[in-house]
Design a protein around this ligand. Sequence first.
Ligand code: KIV
Ligand code: ZN
Length: 399
Amino acid sequence: MTDKTHSPAPGAVAAADRVLIFDTTLRDGEQSPGATMTHAEKLEIAALLDEMGVDIIEAGFPIASEGDFAAVSAIAKAAKNAVICGLARANDKDIDRCWEAIRHARQPRIHTFIGTSPSHREITKLNQDDMVTRIHDTVTRARNLCDNVQWSPMDATRTEHDYLCRVVETAIKAGASTINIPDTVGYTAPRESAALIRMLLERVPGADNVIFATHCHNDLGMATANSLAAVEAGARQIECTINGLGERAGNTALEEVVMALKVRHDIMPYRTGIDTTKIMNLSRRVSQVSGFAVQFNKAVVGKNAFLHESGIHQDGVLKNVETFEIMRPADIGITETNIAMGKHSGRAALRSKLADLGHELADNQLNDVFVRFKALADRKKEIYDEDLIALMADSAANT
Ligand code: KIV
Ligand code: ZN
């Protein structure tokens, strides 16, 4: 172990209300079984993320394969604005390979990690002191290569607090400017997630000079809530993926945390740099290239997230869209209609839909089409514009 103590990288401390968005779709997301993407697809997704305003793109795990190395290198060379980050375990070979892959980026970052909880220490056969030495040495090595180093104690939420403080302090002293606190197995809950960040900020010397990040998995469906709770406690970087893609139940969904911060700015006064109008396009592209369909009722980007079928809801949104919508579809880049015609739809929605299709109906004609529409909707799950045009023709021929 050397005695060298690094000062934090320049620019480590962000504005108090600015939350950095760290996207790991191409690393943690791609670790979903079956989500492998091609080189060209990774480059395309990275370019879209960069354009959308993601602050840091975790482009891959360079030591994992030749393909990963090539993809991370190509993304590093192509990125225009985002910091490009590669992942490395806590050993010299991983760190050197990671640096090789990202070194041509305008803003490179090495992200190195080690499991610190009791079960991880058992697997790595390192006692507490030996692990501290390893952390010091590997973070120092990374920092000697790159000004921007992120360090993660994997399984932080199941690591003893005293030990967690000790390892975090070690990483900061060795030169890490971002400390990521992963909830690797999606075990924590919002109050605990906040308390953990608060505890680290209070107890660890030097904590004020680094950015704390939150990295949540969704095993209990709490990743978004846990990430936001961590931000309220002082974390200023959220690690997330498009559509919540990721191992097992996935990671925090980028679209959820970004839109939650936008829509509820009144109670969570933090900013991101994301152009939210690009969210839907990215969601669709990631779904296509990963082969992972987005569930219909997925928050923000699900097919049904902005669709209204019941008569009461349709009538409400036709009169005042805020009755049943807390965000505008256009805010995430949706241009399609928000009215789904089905058996729960009412007269007002049918009249409005037919008007959109160029048919202004008198009341008696509307009554006739409405009866035909209800009969069809009882038999058919989704009613398309073509169905309505056919109904209009039937009505005209038979009345
Ligand atoms: O979930 C996790 O702990 C990780 C680390 C590599 C940061 O993905
Ligand atoms: Zn993870």
